[in-house]
Design a protein around this ligand. Structure first.
Ligand code: ZN
Length: 242
C-alpha cells in the first residue's frame, strides 16, 4: 500500500513519521525493518478483504498486529490498523455494511477509536476483549450463545475476522478458552457466515504460546484450526446441497 492508502485510517503525519522511522512503531521502537513490512502486512489484509467481497468467498491473510493501532499512535505490537484500512477499501468497492469480529483476547481499542474518529457508522464491531467472558463458567455460556451474536451481523456484506489465539487457556497472555472451545468458535463463525452467504476475510491476531524448545508450533496448531474449520464449513454446506 502507498502512504496515502495507509492514511485512510490514520493521520498522514503519523503514517509518514512511522514510515520514516521518526515516530515509534507499535513495538515501541524505530526499526526500519518493521517500517518496511507495514505496507505489505496491511496490503495483504486489504487484498484479502477486497477479494472476499468481489468474489464472494472466504479469504485468509497470514498477518497480524492491527487492532490496537489508533488514529495517530500505535501500541501492543500494532502500528497501523490493517483492519480499519481493509474496511475502507471494502467500502470503496461498494460494501454498505462491514462487520468486524475481533476474537483476540484483548480489546479492539484501536478499531473502536478509528470508527468513532472517522465516523465509520457503517462498521459493526464485536470485541471479545471487552464483551467476551472473563472466567470458565462464562466461557461455556459464551460459546453456547455465540451463534446468536454472529447472526447479529446478518446485514453485513463482508466480515473481517480477527481470529486471535491468545484467548486460549495455555496462552501466557491469560486466555480461558480450551482447544475444543476454540474449535467450536471457529466452526460457528464459518458455518454461520457460509449459511448467510457473507464472505469472511480472516487474519491471525494474537497468540504467544511456545513449546519447550521455544518454537511456535503450539500457536501454529491453533491457527490451523481456523483454516480447517473454514474449509469444513464450506465443504459441509456443499455436501448438504446448500
Ligand atoms: Zn491479543
Amino acid at each position: 500500500l502507498t502512504p496515502s492508502q495507509l492514511a485512510s485510517a490514520h493521520s498522514k503525519e503519523y503514517v509518514d513519521s512511522v514510515l520514516s522511522c521518526k515516530k515509534p512503531n507499535g513495538f515501541g521502537n524505530f526499526s526500519p525493518d518493521v517500517a518496511l513490512s507495514l505496507p505489505w502486512t496491511c496490503g495483504s489484509y486489504a487484498a484479502a478483504a477486497c477479494t472476499a467481497l468481489e468474489l464472494g468467498f472466504n479469504t485468509f491473510s497470514p498477518t497480524s498486529g492491527f487492532h490496537h493501532a489508533h488514529f495517530d499512535s500505535g501500541g501492543g505490537f500494532c502500528t497501523f490498523n490493517g483492519i480499519m484500512i481493509a474496511a475502507q477499501f471494502a467500502r470503496q468497492l461498494g460494501a454498505t455494511k462491514i462487520g468486524i469480529i475481533d476474537f483476540d483476547q484483548h480489546d479492539s481499542d484501536g478499531c473502536r477509536e478509528i470508527i468513532k474518529k472517522l465516523k465509520m457508522d457503517w462498521v459493526q464491531l464485536y470485541s471479545y476483549g471487552s464483551q467476551g467472558p472473563t472466567n470458565k463458567v462464562e466461557a461455556k455460556k459464551w460459546i453456547k450463545d455465540l451463534p446468536k451474536v454472529l447472526f447479529g451481523f446478518e446485514e453485513c456484506d463482508l466480515i473481517l475476522y480477527n481470529a486471535g489465539m491468545d484467548c486460549h487457556e495455555d496462552d501466557p497472555m491469560g486466555g480461558i478458552l480450551s482447544t475444543a472451545m476454540i474449535r467450536q468458535r471457529e466452526m460457528y463463525v464459518f458455518e454461520t457466515f457460509h449459511r448467510l452467504s457473507i464472505p469472511v476475510a480472516t487474519s491471525l491476531a494474537g497468540g504467544y504460546q511456545r513449546d519447550s524448545s521455544g518454537a511456535i508450533k503450539p500457536i501454529l496448531d491453533l491457527h490451523d484450526i481456523t483454516l480447517r474449520e473454514c474449509w469444513n464449513a464450506i465443504q459441509g454446506q456443499k455436501a448438504k446441497g446448500a
